[in-house]
Ligand binder design. Structure first.
Ligand SMILES: C[S@@+](CC[C@H](N)C(=O)[O-])C[C@H]1O[C@@H](n2cnc3c(N)ncnc32)[C@H](O)[C@@H]1O
Length: 376
């Protein structure tokens, strides 16, 4: 008999969270299962909860299983040669919730043994991190996706991400953080756990300077990025529902191509500051109001500070959270207004107009350094 009352757990459920998780998983599974290399994908949900809430809302395990099933049948339909197995691991310290989840999966017939196995545990997250780190370090043709959705942030340490991503770059981590709550408590009477988190990421000054929740989100992103180093890519999906509720997922990956795909989806669904790309160049209006564009400013500074190749600009643009098409638009406008010259590395002659080559190249591709940019 499962004595778990789903009604009490409604506050853990948020439609925004599972929507973002679903969007992420759709893309992630599509990229990994088509890489022609991965034989097994391991999906870990370390704070899985009961799966279904009394208002009928799906929790992360059901969203995961739903996306796994869709991804699997997409692969089959696309006749990809290698169809990876997809195993799912659900963990929650409360074994009543885990039992409830098992029951729901059975009732709703959500387990497809031909896709992969399901595993259930009720361990403490801290022990799971230690165990997983060990498991992932032994991966060969396997990949892990790890979803971390704690009740608050007290269980979480910034170092966990480093441990879970490990050195062999076989995993991706997605963390849900109660950003609004953290931001509210990041002022005067900051709780110790949050203080440690902020100290661990070395972002005390940035947090103090944050004027709003978006600054805080960015400070955390920068902190994570510095903490992990240049071999990793960090970004966040955020969603603003009402004035005082901002939801935010941080994702961590070591693959620039995968990161680019995630940025593309982010630009599709991210509603941060009602943001959308609207660039018409920085032409002064009749009243000389100069409307600035963040990417243009960033690119100008970056290009001025060294001999930057097309691949440098590609990586820089993505790390700044923008897409290659945005960079190309900015470069094109700068060239049109005679603020930018583009030269071929091979001859130092000017490249053809509107040829910027800002895109992904494989590590050994010579075209990575085809042109360089000069701000006049
Ligand atoms: C925010 S809820 C998870 C909600 C779930 N991901 C969803 O989408 O429905 C957090 C869960 O973490 C569990 N939990 C709390 N402390 C934990 C710990 N130290 N280790 C593992 N699970 C823990 C709680 O029982 C709770 O179900």
């Amino acid at each position: 008999m499962v004595n778990f009352d789903a009604k009490n757990e409604l506050q853990d459920h948020s439609e925004a969270k599972v929507k973002l998780l679903g969007e992420y998983l759709k893309r992630f599974l599509n990229i990994i299962s088509n890489d022609g290399y991965t034989e097994k994908i391991n999906m870990y949900d370390l704070f899985c909860g009961p799966g279904l809430y009394s208002n009928g809302g799906y929790g992360s395990p059901l969203v995961t299983l739903h996306n796994v099933k869709n991804a699997y049948y997409n692969i089959i339909n696309n006749k990809v040669n290698k169809v990876p197995k997809i195993d799912c691991y659900f963990n929650d310290i409360d074994d009543n919730k885990v039992e409830y989840l098992k029951k729901i999966i059975k009732e709703k017939k959500l387990h497809y043994p031909n896709i992969g196995n399901l595993y259930f545990t009720s361990n403490d997250y801290r022990n799971e991190v230690i165990r997983l780190k060990e498991t992932i370090s032994k991966y060969k043709n396997e990949k892990a996706f790890i979803f971390i959705d704690p009740c608050g942030y007290k269980e979480l340490k910034a170092d966990d991400i480093k441990e879970l991503i490990g050195k062999n770059k076989k995993s991706e981590v997605l963390i849900w953080l109660p950003i609004q709550f953290m931001y509210r408590f990041s002022g005067e009477a900051t709780p110790d756990v949050l203080k440690n988190f902020i100290l661990n990421l070395n972002i005390k000054n940035e947090v103090q300077k944050s004027e709003n929740v978006w600054d805080f989100i960015y400070a955390l992103k920068k902190g994570f990025q510095n903490h992990l180093g240049d071999n990793y890519f960090v970004d966040n999906f955020s969603l603003k529902k009402e004035e005082n509720t901002v939801f935010c997922l941080y994702f961590f990956t070591s693959h620039i191509k995968g990161y680019e795909k995630m940025l593309e989806s982010k630009w599709e669904i991210d509603t941060e500051e009602g943001r959308g790309w609207n660039y018409k160049g920085n032409t002064p209006t009749l009243f000389f109001e100069q409307k600035t564009n963040k990417l243009e400013d960033l690119l100008m500074i970056f290009i001025k500070s060294g001999k930057r190749s097309n691949y440098d600009v590609y990586e820089f643009t993505l790390r700044a959270g923008f897409l290659t098409k945005h960079a190309t638009e900015v470069l094109s406008n700068l060239q049109k207004t005679s603020k930018l010259d583009v030269f071929l590395f091979a001859s130092n002659e000017k490249a053809r107009k509107n040829s910027f080559y800002v895109k992904y190249y494989r590590p050994n591709d010579n075209e990575k350094n085809k042109v360089y940019f000069v701000i006049k």
